[in-house]
Each structure stands twice: as C-alpha cells, then as structure tokens.
Design a protein around this ligand. Structure first.
Ligand code: GTP
Ligand code: MG
Length: 430
C-alpha cells in the first residue's frame, strides 16, 4: 500500500488483510468489486471480505451511511482486517472520518491503482507520469489526510498537520508538480521527433488496445514471430498492467503492406482521471492511428463488462472515429465462442496457439490498404491544410513542389480521395 517519505518517495510494506467496500445503486456493482479484488491482489493485499451498501449516492462525510460504518468497524474487528479498500475515490474528509471510526488503514481505488502503476513503471517518463498523478491526488487532500497518507504519520492521534506545516507541504508538492511537468514536456519533445520520423516514412499505424491482461502483448509477440523477426519481443505476463509504456514495432508481413504496431497500457474501470490524462500524452500516436485492435479475453466470464470498460477509455483517448477490429483472444481456453458485441469486424484468435492469427493479419491488411486508392494531387500553396489532411492518413510515395503547388502521389483513403477530388490530376498532366 502506498506511503510517502519526506522526499515524496513511495514506501511499501508487507501484505495487508483487507475488506473491500462500496456504495452502489444496484447489483451490477459485483463486476466492479471483482475487479477491485483483482487490483488489491495485484498489489499484494489479501481480500478477506466485501461489504456493499445499496443507496443512490455516497454520504458526503463518511462515504457509507453512519450505521454501515459502524457495521464495517465491527466486521474489521471480528475478521482481523487491518485495511479497508473503498471502490470509489474518497475525499480527504471522508478518508479521515473513516479512519477515525474504523481504526484501520483506509485506501481508495485511486490510491490502489496508482500504487500498482508506481510499482510497474520502469521508464523515466512512466515514473514521472505516475508520480504526477499521485501528487495531483494528494494536493487537494492534504488537510483531510489522517494516518495513512499524512507525512506527519508519527503524530498518531493528531487530526493532521498544523497549518504552517501544511502550507510548506503544499508548496513543496506544487513545486514538484511544476518540475515534473517541465520534465515531461522534454520527454514529449523527444517522442514527437521519433513520431515525425515515422510519419514521414508514411507507414500506417495500428494500435493494440483493451482491458488489462487480455493478451495484447502476446498478440504483438505472435505477430512479430509470424513476420519481421529482427524486432525484439515485448513483455507479456499474467498480471495486471504488465505493459505501461507504449511499445512500437515495425511489422513486415510476407504478403501485404508494412505497418507499425503499437502495444499499449491495459485498462480497468474507473481509471484515475490524472492517469488517463497522463496516458493521453504517451498515447498521442495511438490517437492518430489508422486502425485500433480492441483485444478482449474471450475466456473470461465477465468479458462483456471488460469490453465495455475498454471501449469507454478508448473513446476518451482516441475518440470514436478510428476504425477498429474486435479481437476475441484466448479462444484456446473456451469452447463457447461469444457473439460479437462490437457490431463491427470481429476476429477470434489465440495468441498462444496461433489459431486464426493469419486471418487477423489478413484483416489488418485489408483495413489498412483496402480502402486506399492510388492517386496524384496538385494542391495550391494556399491550401496547406489539404496537404496535411491527405498526408495524415495516406501513404505518400512522392511529394514535389511544382510551380502551381504541391504535387502528391501515393495511396490515399477513398474518403479523402473523394473529398479532395477537385485537386486530383492524372499522371502526365503536370
Ligand atoms: N491461454 C492463453 N493465454 C494467453 C493468450 N494470450 C495471452 N495469454 C496469457 O495471458 C496473460 C496476459 O497476457 P499479456 O500479453 O501480458 O496481456 P496484456 O493485454 O498485454 O496485459 P497488460 O499489458 O497487463 O495490460 C499472459 O499470461 C499470457 O501468456 C491466449 O491466446 N491463450
Ligand atoms: Mg501488455
């Protein structure tokens, strides 16, 4: 569980025994609680019970209603729990009140997710992003923090830091946030150079996205094995959030067009807002991808819930316009093939056995080249935006600066071809 020392470094300690608790309007909360249990286990916490209060919305001072808090306190005592994990993000006041009544550690979903991310981050940029999200979570809660999160943790029994100390802490954290933002800007600048190189080479970008542990990295590795062997494989493990930083690999199929495949971080529901914001910068390239592969674990009984969760985060990050293929993975683990819920293109595969992976590659090729038309355009110099629009999703083979404007030749999306037809020229006329 997360703790900070004076330098704002994360301190970790041994396994906790936890009860998970939530406020919910109806029974569908069980999916979210199963997920919370998985998250707790991923963070080395043993979940020994769950408590749900059915009500329209949480109590502003104590999250659960008064009576439920008392019930939870006695449950903690009888089950010897030392931690309670709440399924929503708590305010500082709620956290402090709950700690006082429950007499044990109080953790919320956001802290838990941030803690897992902190333990998985390896790249400099990844570590900075997680630290930024942690500090953004802490800053507005400084006054409310009780024993669990106050850096004056030794002062047990006090209600929190004194005003002067609080002001120093606040300034310290705000200063660190500014420093991290400045550092992240530098990282983004380096990344944007690499991206420009890829854009210049006009290779279509295909991104793997989906719920955590669905098998995105395993699919990336299987595709690498089937195609361009020189590229390094990526880490794929049976754990939540094994991949944090996006990984790019160039794929050179024996038949079909080359593309860049990007493996990305996995999603869960109620991802902390600060983290989604942080992802947006590293996933910038994914936002401009030509095609998204939404990977789902077909063998998981709650797969529709996971698909919905992933769709929601994907929409927030990429919008809903980008074309996608729904990839039902791990079919080796189930006899029952589900009905496609995406309403679009679906492929059923196993990254493990390789089943239908050739079909997936064929579908990708169809998508990235199928709707492309070869054409030449001559675009007047005052229509720079048309040039960028055509270049963004097209594969430009040549670009010349003629007297009348920019001449582009290559393969362009049928849709763009239609839209900019007035600038089309047939070979030999310019
Ligand atoms: N049986 C089976 N296992 C698979 C298949 N694909 C992936 N796995 C396993 O599922 C686990 C998760 O795979 P990953 O490739 O790490 O999943 P991911 O979607 O990249 O996960 P994160 O990066 O953590 O979000 C690993 O233990 C894989 O070996 C499959 O088709 N069949
Ligand atoms: Mg992965």
């Amino acid at each position: 569980m997360i703790r900070f020392n004076e330098q704002n470094e994360v301190l970790r300690s041994d396994a906790y025994r936890a009860i998970i608790a939530a406020v919910a309007a109806d029974g569908s909360i069980e999916h979210s609680m199963d997920e919370l249990e998985g998250l707790a286990e991923a963070d080395g916490v043993e979940v020994i019970g769950r408590l749900i209060q059915y009500r329209q919305k949480p109590e502003s001072a104590t999250y659960l209603g008064r009576g439920k808090v008392e019930e939870l306190a006695s449950l903690c005592g009888s089950m010897e729990a030392d931690t309670v994990i709440f399924n929503d993000e708590l305010s500082g006041i709620q956290m402090r009140n709950l700690e006082e009544t429950l007499g044990c550690r109080v953790i919320d979903r956001t802290i838990l997710i941030l803690d897992i991310f902190a333990s998985r981050a390896t790249s400099r940029e990844g570590k900075l992003q997680v630290e930024l999200a942690q500090l953004q979570y802490r800053l507005p809660r400084l006054t409310g923090f009780g024993r669990s999160l106050s850096r004056l943790g030794g002062g047990i029994g006090t209600r929190g830091p004194g005003e002067k100390k609080l002001e120093t802490d606040r300034r310290h954290i705000a200063g660190r946030i500014d420093d991290i933002r400045a550092e992240l800007k530098k990282c983004a600048a380096t990344r944007s150079l690499q991206r420009e190189e890829r854009t210049r080479s006009q290779i279509p970008v295909v991104a793997l996205m989906g719920y955590t542990n669905a098998g995105k990295s395993a699919i990336m590795n299987r595709i690498l094995e089937m195609t361009s062997r020189e590229e390094k494989s990526v880490g794929s493990e049976d754990m939540l959030f094994a991949t944090l930083d996006p990984q790019h690999r160039k794929i050179v199929p024996e038949q079909g067009a080359e593309f860049v495949l990007i493996d990305t971080v996995g999603f869960v529901s109620k991802l902390p807002h600060a983290l989604v914001e942080a992802f947006k910068s590293t996933l910038e390239e994914v936002r401009n991808a030509h095609l998204l592969l939404h990977v789902a674990d077909t063998s998981y009984e709650d797969r529709d819930f996971q698909i919905e969760v992933a769709e929601k985060v994907m929409r927030e990050i990429c919008g809903s316009r980008t074309e996608r293929i729904m990839v039902y993975n791990k079919i080796d683990l189930t006899d029952e093939v589900p009905l496609d819920v995406s309403g679009g293109d679906a492929v059923y595969v196993s990254a493990k056995t390789g089943e239908n992976m050739d079909r997936l590659l064929a579908r990708i090729d169809e998508k990235i080249t199928g709707d492309m038309v070869r054409a030449s355009f001559l675009i007047p110099y005052d229509k720079g935006r048309v040039v960028s629009a055509l270049c963004e999703k097209g594969q430009v083979e040549s670009m010349e600066y003629a007297e009348q404007g920019t001449r582009l030749t290559g393969r362009f999306r049928r849709e763009d071809h239609g839209r900019y037809r007035e600038y089309e020229v047939t070979d030999g006329t310019v």
